[in-house]
Each structure stands twice: as structure tokens, then as C-alpha cells.
Design a protein around this ligand. Structure first.
Ligand code: BES
Ligand code: ZN
Ligand code: ZN
Length: 473
């Protein structure tokens, strides 16, 4: 991670990044900050970068467009990009942030920190990281406090990204358990893992069924953080932790199957949020549950047509073993409601291809019957740039999940509205929780980026939920 310092001095002899909002373009003192008149082609559109080379200045000046000034929306990418594109430039970079509000300064810092993310390569010829010091010109009194918060959030994002990018032969459910245990010790939250014979003793049948085809045994990971002073809310988070999804006996098409290492991005987000909340010492009671399993093919694997038990007591007819995420979440959600009764219950899951077909790679699908929670999560999405868009949970879709032989089946009778029918399935395991929300993050957690050749992790959910929780504090 880049080192960031805050400075209150204007030092001429450094590179400077000069962010400009569209609305402020006419007032921006180009002469003062660049020694040059306003370049006519620079419109300050979001993400626009204009490199200025002035004979009188040894160092560079970059104008960075931030678009319309409306809060802090979408500002992470531009800051991440301007540093990332210029990582090779020697010397110190100073970012002018003297006019920023608290909110804008925070996203600016997170973006600058993100530009230093390096994927953990497993190869002989590794690129050495270039340690860069970035200075932020921010005389505002709140700058130091905001920097601390930004570093904590960026660190949590880096953890989530590392976990999602890690290959599945490394990140077994067992590995995830150990990772979470040491994170808990470091950041200050409790961790308990149910695995092996204890899974069945604890009636976590659905998780056991999904994981039993793999020699990497499933694990049910429970994390708990409780503020020392009276918590303002009890929040339960559940993250889908499929460490690899072959589809099981209902085998997936091999094209792009390697992307299915990212099928634990919901779990990674929950782990990241736990880390951030504990390190920020938020005045809440936070429980995170990760049902982790590998959905493998083998003689021990569960089959299409099987009828399985679940933690809730409801039986499930398995029509398709590739609809495994909802099965492990069924146990996660039911365990959470029965044992913790949280005020808010939120799950994150790379659940359906249908959600990608609906919203693409831009927004997560948001499902909740709670109007207030819907609008809070939507707003946090807009502010953090981790966008989500609500889809319905009407009972019209419920009948498609009815089974003749079991209480419910795991695949809809119709090949339409797959993201919605998946959410209806999950709803059956929430005991009608009045503040439950489901985020289908299949399209937004592992995407193309300008930073790498292949798809990579985004840590979607970490900033969204941290921001949402901060709103409760
Ligand atoms: N992990 C997948 C969903 C997914 C697909 C995530 C593409 C990210 C990218 C999930 O377990 C799955 O296989 N879903 C099936 C459900 C179907 C069998 C009802 C799907 O969406 O095709
Ligand atoms: Zn699947
Ligand atoms: Zn899956």
C-alpha cells in the first residue's frame, strides 16, 4: 500500500495532481497552480486527465477532472487512475485537496491508496513494488482523522481483493477459516469454526451436502465483534463462500469456469467488513457468517433429484447442483436468525448469472421488502460508487419454487427471472426477518479493469456496507 502523508505546505518542486470539478472550472486559478493558462481542451469531465509540461517547472502537473460537484460519488476511480498511470514517475506526488469536504477527502484518499494494490503474483519473475510516497495538500483540521479511516477501509478492501484473486487450490474452506482466525486476532473480533462431524451435529445439512463432493471439507465460519460501549445496532452479515464452483454434477461449461474462483466474493466482503468495523471500533454488534464449501464433482457429491435437510428444518429438492449458493446461504441465514436475531440481516452472494444478464457489470441486484433499508443501501451505493438497484420480491414468483416432494426446490420451473426466484428461495430461510436484504453481486465483484489483463476482484460490498454502518453510528 502506498504511504500517504498530509502536508500543509505548498512545495513547488514536486509533481502535483490538481483535481478540478466541472462546476469550479471557471474559478480555477490555472496560472497560480500550473503557470499556464487554462488548456482549452480540458473540460474537467470525470476521470479526464490532462498532463501539463511547463518549461519553467521541472516537475509535472496533472489536471484531473472530477465531473459535476455532487458529493463524493464515483471519485475513487479518477484518483486511482491518475496515480496508477504515473507510477513510474520518480519523486514525490502531491495531490491538491485543500477544498475538499470530509467525504470527498475520504474517497480521494481511498482512491490514492487503491492505486497501490498489487495482485499477489505466484511466479518467478515478480515485479517489484514501487513504493511511492503520496502527499496530500490538505490543511483542513479533519485531514489526519480521515486518513486513518481511509487506510483502514483500504486495508479491508485489499484483504477482500487478495482472497477473491487467490486461486482455489490455495483458498480452501480450511484456509479461509485460518485466515479469518488470524484476522480476528489482529483486528479484535471473535471467530468460531464449525466443521467435520460437528456440521451435522449442528444441523448444517445443506452446507454439508454442497461440500461433501470435495476433499476440501466445508467450514461454517462465525465472526463476532461487539463494541465495548452499548452498541447502537445488531447487524448480521452472511456471505456466500463457495471457494470454487464447478457446478457439481450439473457441471458448468468449461469456458470461463476459472472465474468461479471468485464465487466466495460475498464471503470476502463480509470478512473485509468485519475487519473494517473492528478496527474502526464502530459502536455496533456485528456478526458475520461465512458458509464455505467447494462445489466439486465426485462420487461423494450430491446429485440432482436429491432431497436434503437444512438448518431451518425445511427440506429442499435439489434440481440443479449448480444452484449451490442458495443452499449454503439457506443454512447461513437460518443459523443467523435463530441464534442471533439481528436487527438487520444482509447477505452478499455471487448468486446468479441472471443478475448479470439483468444489470450487467454496473450494479448489484438489491432485494428487500424493507423500504427504509432499500433506500439506505441505494444511497450508500451511490456515494461509494458500489451501486445497487432494487428488484422485486413479489410473491408472484414464489410458486415457481414449489416442490412436489420437499418443502421447496432449488431451481425455478421457468427459465426466467432467475435472480428473483433465487432471492425468493433465500427469503424462505429468513423467518420473515423484517429487515433482511440480499445483494446479488455476481456481476460486480470480479470484473475487467484497466489495472490487469484479466478479470480481478473489486471488493464490492466492503465500502458499501462500511458506509451504511457508519450511517447508523
Ligand atoms: N456462482 C454461480 C453464479 C455466477 C455466474 C456468478 C456467473 C458469477 C458469474 C451460481 O452458483 C450458479 O451457478 N448459478 C446458476 C443458477 C442456475 C443453475 C439456477 C446460474 O446463474 O446459471
Ligand atoms: Zn453454481
Ligand atoms: Zn456459485
Amino acid at each position: 500500500m502506498h504511504k500517504i502523508n498530509i502536508t500543509q505546505k505548498i512545495t513547488e518542486n514536486h509533481h502535483w495532481v490538481l483535481p478540478v470539478f466541472e462546476n469550479d472550472l471557471s474559478q480555477f486559478e490555472f496560472k497560480k497552480w500550473t503557470g499556464l493558462p487554462q488548456p482549452y481542451e480540458f473540460k474537467a469531465e470525470i476521470g479526464e486527465i490532462n498532463t501539463l509540461i511547463h518549461p519553467g517547472f521541472e516537475k509535472k502537473r496533472w489536471l484531473l477532472g472530477l465531473g459535476k460537484r455532487n458529493g463524493a460519488e464515483q471519485l475513487i476511480q479518477p484518483f486511482r487512475k491518475v496515480i496508477y498511470q504515473n507510477l513510474k514517475v520518480g519523486g514525490k506526488m502531491v495531490v491538491k485537496a485543500d477544498l475538499f469536504t470530509e467525504e470527498q477527502l475520504e474517497v480521494c484518499m481511498i482512491g490514492l491508496l487503491m492505486s497501490g494494490y498489487q495482485i499477489k503474483a505466484i511466479k518467478k519473475d515478480k515485479q517489484e513494488s514501487e513504493i511511492k510516497t503520496i502527499e496530500i495538500y490538505a490543511p483542513q483540521s479533519f485531514a489526519k482523522k480521515i486518513l486513518q479511516k481511509a487506510v483502514t477501509i483500504a486495508k479491508a478492501c485489499f484483504s477482500a481483493m487478495d482472497l477473491v484473486n487467490m486461486p482455489s487450490n490455495y483458498k480452501t474452506p480450511q484456509y479461509l477459516s485460518e485466515y479469518v482466525k488470524s484476522a480476528g486476532q489482529e483486528q479484535g473480533f471473535d471467530v468460531r469454526v464449525i466443521k467435520g462431524a460437528a456440521l451435522l451435529k449442528n444441523k448444517l445439512h445443506a452446507l454439508h451436502e454442497v461440500g461433501k463432493g470435495s476433499e476440501n471439507e466445508p467450514a461454517f465460519i462465525i465472526m463476532e465483534y461487539k463494541a465495548a460501549k452499548k452498541p447502537v445496532a445488531k447487524i448480521g452479515l452472511v456471505g456466500k463462500g463457495i471457494t470454487f464452483d464447478t457446478g457439481g454434477i450439473s457441471l458448468k461449461n468449461p469456458t470461463n469456469m476459472h472465474y468461479m474462483k471468485s464465487d466466495m466474493a460475498g464471503a470476502a466482503a463480509v470478512i473485509g467488513v468485519m475487519q473494517a468495523a473492528a478496527e474502526l471500533k464502530l459502536p455496533i454488534h456485528l456478526i458475520g457468517i461465512v458458509p464455505a464449501a467447494e462445489n466439486a464433482v465426485g462420487s461423494k457429491a450430491y446429485r440432482p433429484g436429491d432431497i436434503i435437510q437444512s438448518y431451518s428444518g425445511k427440506t429442499i429438492e435439489v434440481i440443479d447442483t449448480d444452484a449451490e449458493g442458495r443452499l449454503v446461504l439457506a443454512d447461513g441465514l437460518a443459523y443467523m436468525t435463530k441464534n442471533y436475531s439481528p436487527d438487520y440481516l444482509i447477505d452478499l452472494a455471487t448468486l446468479t448469472g441472471s443478475c448479470i444478464a439483468t444489470l450487467g457489470y454496473t450494479a448489484a441486484g438489491l432485494f428487500t421488502q424493507n423500504e427504509e433499508l432499500a433506500s439506505e443501501l441505494y444511497q450508500s451505493g451511490r456515494i461509494t460508487g458500489e451501486k445497487n438497484w432494487r428488484l422485486p420480491l413479489w410473491d408472484d414468483y414464489k410458486s415457481q419454487m414449489q416442490s412436489d416432494m420437499a418443502d421447496i426446490k432449488n431451481l425455478s420451473s421457468l427459465p426466467v427471472a432467475g435472480a428473483i426466484t433465487a432471492a425468493k428461495f433465500l427469503e424462505a430461510f429468513t423467518e420473515n426477518h423484517s429487515a433482511w436484504a440480499h445483494l446479488d453481486i455476481a456481476g460486480v465483484s470480479f470484473t475487467d479493469s484497466e489495472y490487469l489483463k484479466s478479470r480481478s476482484a473489486t471488493a464490492y460490498g466492503v465500502r458499501l456496507l462500511t458506509h451504511w454502518m457508519l450511517g447508523k453510528c
